[in-house]
Design a protein around this ligand. Structure first.
Ligand SMILES: [Zn+2]
Length: 355
């Protein structure tokens, strides 16, 4: 697909090279007329080397680790509430510090139906502007509490979102469940119902891995597997390699959110590589939450060198403030990867997800 999409320097936007090609980036716009004046195909490698952020954004990419609660840029909310919001500190003191910031600064504006829907729509627009062509966004089961008719009404909104944007970006809704709610029988039951609805294509378990052992979530994950959903969980964001392997084995995961602690063990990295377990990494999130001291020493390099499949993602754009394109640029600038390696990661993510 990348070779079919061109960045037209004349009109300054994305165009398709083939008249009858249905372009997910520019929607129904078919622009053979522009082909003759499009000067060159998008060259992601050159875009990185010349620090051309517009051209980096113009290259198709995926975001398979992001949470609907905080998935849009903070500026959207600032425009909406008509005043600036306090920026997060560069180092947030782990997940606890992040949640304290979110509760104090963001939550009052967005933790209700109207706020959530505003963020979700803004997130779709932000992703399109960034050249994201496939978005695997998690919707926490607790979002159902925002709706008078609960889960069914939430799903109506999610399905409408998929449909509204289907010509511009493929949204694959993901069911999100926090380990902190593992003992809430009502929410667990609701998550089982959500799996049955067929709206969600994948499931993700998150919050602190110490909050509950993976075995507790096995029935829900077995049900999701039987429903044909992709299985994911946050683990190894801070520690440790063996827990990454154990969680993958217990829950039969397809992919791991973060999982960077696997780099502590060559054996676990080899195991992940052999079993084709993909790690969906969010570099700026890892640095700001102190899972990693700085970008230059990010273990994504070691994971890549040991053959582990990695993707590059945003996590919470509203907090970490870096789009997928900016994450690629940051990794290049920090000397973590060459432009060719970053292009290989980008192309592999498009291929793996069959976008
Ligand atoms: Zn996450």
């Amino acid at each position: 697909m990348p070779s079919l999409i061109y960045f037209c320097k004349v009109v300054g936007t994305l165009r398709c090279a083939v008249p009858d090609y249905f372009c997910k980036v520019v929607g129904t716009l078919r622009c053979a007329v522009h082909v003759s004046i499009c000067i060159m195909p998008i060259d992601f490698i050159e875009a990185l080397a010349t620090d051309d952020l517009s051209a980096i954004k113009a290259s198709p990419k995926t975001d398979v680790h992001c949470h609907a609660f905080f998935s849009a840029r903070r500026e959207n909310v600032e425009r909406w509430v008509e005043h600036p919001l306090t920026k997060p500190p560069a180092k947030m003191g782990g997940v606890e510090g992040m949640m304290a910031y979110a509760d104090a600064v963001l939550a009052p504006h967005i933790l209700h139906q109207q706020g959530f829907e505003f963020v979700a729509v803004s997130a779709m627009n932000d992703a399109i502007r960034d050249g994201v062509v496939m978005l695997e966004m998690s919707f926490d089961i607790r979002l159902a509490e925002f709706y008078p008719n609960g889960l069914s009404e939430l799903c109506v909104f999610i399905e409408a979102l998929v449909e509204w944007y289907q010509t511009q970006v493929e949204l694959r809704p993901e069911l999100g469940f926090s380990r902190g709610n593992a003992n809430d029988t009502k929410l667990v039951k609701l998550a089982h119902e959500a799996v049955e609805l067929g709206v969600f294509q994948s499931i993700d378990l998150y919050s602190r891995q110490e909050a509950c052992p993976p075995e507790v979530m096995k029935p829900l994950f077995t049900k999701a597997r039987d429903a044909g959903m992709k299985l994911k969980a946050h683990v190894g964001e801070f520690r440790d390699a063996e827990e990454v392997r154990r969680t993958v084995e217990v829950l039969d995961l397809d992919e791991v959110q973060h999982g960077i602690a696997a780099a502590e063990s060559v054996e676990v990295m080899q195991w992940l590589s052999e079993n084709q377990i993909q790690l969906n990494v969010c570099p700026t999130s890892n640095v700001m939450l102190d899972g990693v001291s700085d970008l230059a020493s990010h273990p994504i390099r070691a994971l890549f060198d040991h053959g582990v499949l990695v993707t590059i993602n945003t996590d919470d754009l509203m907090i970490f403030d870096q789009s997928v394109s900016e994450e690629y640029r940051n990794l290049y600038r920090a000397g973590v990867f060459s432009a060719q390696e970053l292009d290989d990661i980008r192309c592999a993510s498009l291929k793996t997800e069959s976008v």
